[in-house]
Design a binder for this molecule. Structure first.
Ligand code: PLP
Length: 437
């Protein structure tokens, strides 16, 4: 293939391909040509520290030799088999997922990504319960296909409506801006966010609700970590009404929080886990819907009306097996926990140094800074200048509204992390100078 210049690559991409969630005339992509560990390089040789793990998925870092080799090996042997076939990587991966998921989660339906995983989880929940309604939260993202977008609570749902019927949203455990007014008195919080869910269930008719979908830890919509009581209480409520509890671990799974899945922090066994991203670290697209034994058994004598040409793709399953092996052998989640502790401490320092940092939230290497113009009013800050400064200086970040994410590959060292945090410190100081000028 010819080697194009950075400008040629960008021009071709912009002229002939669409970019996600963007005004197409305003996109400004980086021509990425090479990557390794926590870094990537553009066509002009400029190096970036990847503080976004691309799209919070390259958990294992870029170009991990073990995974690259496993893909090459599988490609040489068998790249594709129809979903009606049985293959070694698909079988081994299914077994491994049953081992590493909590409780009796056992059987997997493979997809190509997170949206499709949620799409199929909606169908499975409806088939299994014979009920139609689904509950999800406002501050959530579950994917861009119509069903997953209907679950999604954020602004991206609105242009797609009416998407699918029967989805009802409820409010979040967003303690920094508590929708129930407890943010100034967190110690005495009465967990109204949980009582509110039960009230919504009562209004919607408990026997009409198939499932509640929750991100393990809310990602894109602001890195919202629920209070410790939240997940166990949601489990109790679901059991009380025969509603399935679904944990969307697309972003919060695979060591991002320091555990295999975020729900492990609260010892909760959901009925279904949906996942993608870190399962292969993005090297080959793959998603999964993993269900508990009782749901698996339900389909033993009934048709599972679900199918995809690429269900259980051999190359993707081989990539996932190698990724999981590397996670375990190299104790990558241990690193996420250890470096995550350091990250948390450093974010607190940034908060103490810069009044525009209203809140910092972190768990493992899943973290965000919420920037505000004023700590009292919490008026959101426009992050565009800070983001541009960081990217111009070689630290690649992404933001959602006024929340800046720090979500590097889980293999990052403390020194590499500090390199990026020092630049954030500098960028915040510049931002404050401009505000006070
Ligand atoms: N669920 C969550 C929590 C996500 O963060 C995402 C993507 O960011 C999705 C689902 C959708 O996954 P995909 O983009 O692979 O379809």
């Amino acid at each position: 293939m010819t080697e194009l210049t950075g400008k040629e690559i960008v021009d071709l991409n912009k002229e002939y391909t669409f970019y996600s969630w963007s005004n197409q005339g305003q996109v400004n992509p980086i021509p990425l040509v090479r990557a390794e560990g926590p870094y990537f390089w553009d066509a002009d040789g400029k190096r970036y520290l990847d503080f976004a793990s691309q799209l919070v998925n390259t958990n294992i870092g870029h170009q991990h030799p073990k995974v690259v080799k496993a893909i090459q090996h599988q490609a040489a042997k068998l790249t594709f088999a129809s979903p009606s076939m049985a293959t070694e990587p698909r079988g081994l991966l299914g077994k491994k997922l049953a081992e590493i998921t909590p409780g009796d989660l056992k059987k997997t339906f493979f997809t190509l990504g997170g949206a499709e995983a949620n799409e199929n989880a909606i169908k499975i929940a409806r088939f299994y319960t014979g009920r139609h309604k689904i509950l999800a939260r406002y501050r959530s993202y579950h994917g861009a296909t119509l069903g997953a977008l209907a679950l999604t609570g954020d602004y991206r749902r609105l242009p797609a409506e009416p998407a699918i019927s029967g989805v009802v949203h409820f409010l979040d455990p967003y303690c920094y801006r508590c929708p129930f007014g407890w943010e100034a008195n967190r110690e005495n919080c009465c967990l109204q966010c949980i009582k509110h869910v039960e009230e919504v269930i009562q209004h919607e008719g408990p026997d009409q609700i198939a499932a509640i979908f929750l991100e393990g830890v809310t990602g894109t919509n602001g890195l919202i970590i629920p209070p410790d009581e939240y997940w166990p209480r949601m489990r109790e409520i679901c059991d009380k009404y025969g509603i399935l509890l679904v944990s969307d671990e697309v972003m919060s799974g695979w060591g991002r929080t320091g555990e295999w899945f975020a729900v492990n922090h609260w010892d909760v066994v959901p009925d279904i886990i949906t996942t993608a991203k870190g399962i292969t670290s993005g090297y080959i697209p793959l998603g999964a819907v993993i269900v508990r034994e009782k749901i698996a058994r339900f389909f033993d004598d009934k048709v599972l009306y679900a199918g995809l040409t690429y269900n259980g793709h051999a190359l993707a399953c081989a990539a996932a097996l190698a990724t999981i092996e590397a996670y375990e052998e190299e104790m990558i989640f241990e690193n996420a926990k250890r470096v995550g502790k350091h990250l948390g401490a450093q974010l607190e320092v940034l908060k103490s140094r810069h009044p525009c940092v209203g809140d910092v939230r972190y768990i493992g290497l899943f973290s965000g800074l919420e920037l505000v113009k004023n700590r009292e009013t919490k008026e959101p800050m426009d992050l565009t200048p800070l983001k541009n400064f960081l990217i111009a200086n070689g630290v690649y970040v992404f933001n959602f509204k006024n929340i800046l994410f720090v979500v590097p590959p889980l293999v990052i060292t403390e020194e590499q992390l500090d390199e990026g945090l020092a630049l954030i410190d500098e960028g915040l100081a510049e931002l404050m100078d401009k505000m006070t000028a």
